[in-house]
Design a protein. Structure first.
Length: 365
């Protein structure tokens, strides 16, 4: 066994000690990875509120833009001499997370100096550069599309709303106490009651769901042709009607009775409720369907094998969100959807994978 003397102290450099050092490094690495799960969403939320992604796109979809250039397009930031420095520190985290691209370029003017103000090596011979940022595949979806103005910004704004985030602080109580719904525990009422009383959240909810519906149905129409030839479609619980526009809106309680229809659509409805309510709703659909009709369901499906993949995370992220905001809310496996269909009397189910755990499932009468 060898020992190394360093600053008057003995350090064991035997293989067992090296292993411990490796363990320490691994521990620190995992700690950093866990920490970013908090910081990245907050940095992303700030960048959205500062309109960063749309501002970059105005320079060009392939443009590389510095924090100083972005701040120059933010009128309310002109009074803060440190605005570019703070913005750069937000954006470099998003760059390190591949939400933005990040690179250095020679400073071309009186911009924020990375080397001088942000930990770089200074000195008279130092090359002064500035960080520049661009859009990536991960952030293109945060820029409004030219053809329809749709982006996923409203959905992220909804998911990161302080009212929603505050509900997650009640997750522990959900485990430790009986019949706790985190949103209700945090705010005293259900999310739907809250949205009715709070116009800001109601607006965020409708805009978030509308934006996501537009993106999802674009993919649905690309991979699913089951809507072709359909002359009648009842959109059950369709919100403000983004998915099926130009249709008559009928008021009613979907758990009591539904209008007669040839075909029905349930988009992100079943995940709001427990199995008992979902069976009741599915039976109502069955009773109101014409013979040979079908219910088209759009939901995330929890994969049987959980791995580190977009498919798994999309389903489980949505599942935890449903658990937090809705009593009994959850995403389901395909086996569970089959059980719902059978319990309601449907003859068969036909699943279609749309994208990364998002499925369209037909319940046939």
């Amino acid at each position: 066994m060898t020992k190394k003397i360093d600053h008057g102290e003995e350090h064991d450099t035997s293989p067992s000690s090296t292993t411990n050092l490796d363990d320490d490094a691994s521990y620190l690495s995992h700690n950093a990875n866990l920490g970013k799960l908090i910081c990245i969403p907050m940095a992303l939320r700030a960048a959205i509120e500062l309109n960063v992604f749309q501002l970059i796109s105005k320079f060009g979809l392939d443009a590389k833009v510095s924090a100083s250039q972005l701040v120059s397009k933010m009128p309310n930031a002109s009074n803060n001499p440190n605005a570019a420095m703070y913005l750069d520190r937000i954006l470099r985290l998003l760059g390190a997370s591949s939400i933005l691209s990040v690179s250095n370029r020679m400073d071309s003017g009186d911009h924020f100096k990375v080397n001088q103000n942000n930990g770089g090596a200074g000195g008279p011979d130092a090359v002064v550069t500035e960080r520049v940022y661009g859009l990536t595949r991960a952030s293109y979806c945060l820029v409004p599309r030219e053809e329809d103005g749709v982006s996923l910004v409203p959905l992220l704004v909804l998911q990161s709303d302080k009212v929603i985030v505050g509900s997650f602080f009640k997750l522990k109580e959900m485990v430790m106490e009986k019949d706790v719904v985190p949103f209700h525990a945090a705010h005293g009422i259900s999310i739907f009651e809250y949205a009715c009383k709070e116009p800001r959240l109601n607006k965020a909810f409708n805009e978030g769901m509308g934006a996501f519906s537009a993106v999802v149905f674009e993919a649905v129409f690309k991979y699913y042709d089951g809507f072709s030839g359909i002359k009648e479609l009842l959109d059950v619980g369709g919100g403000i009607g983004t998915s099926v526009s130009s249709v008559e809106h009928v008021e009613g309680d979907m758990f009591e009775e539904l209008p007669k229809a040839q075909n029905m659509l349930l988009k992100w409805i079943l995940h709001d409720y427990d199995d008992e309510h979902c069976v009741k709703l599915s039976k109502n659909c069955w009773n109101s369907l014409q013979v040979g009709g079908k219910v088209v369901i759009i939901e995330f499906v929890v994969p049987n094998r959980l791995v580190n993949s977009a498919e798994t995370f999309n389903a489980l992220n949505s599942d935890l969100m449903m658990m937090v905001v809705n009593p009994g809310g959850k995403e389901r496996t395909m086996f569970e959807f089959n059980n719902l269909a059978n319990a309601a009397g449907f003859a068969k189910t036909v699943p279609f994978l749309i994208s990364e755990s998002l499925h369209l499932i037909e319940f046939h009468k």
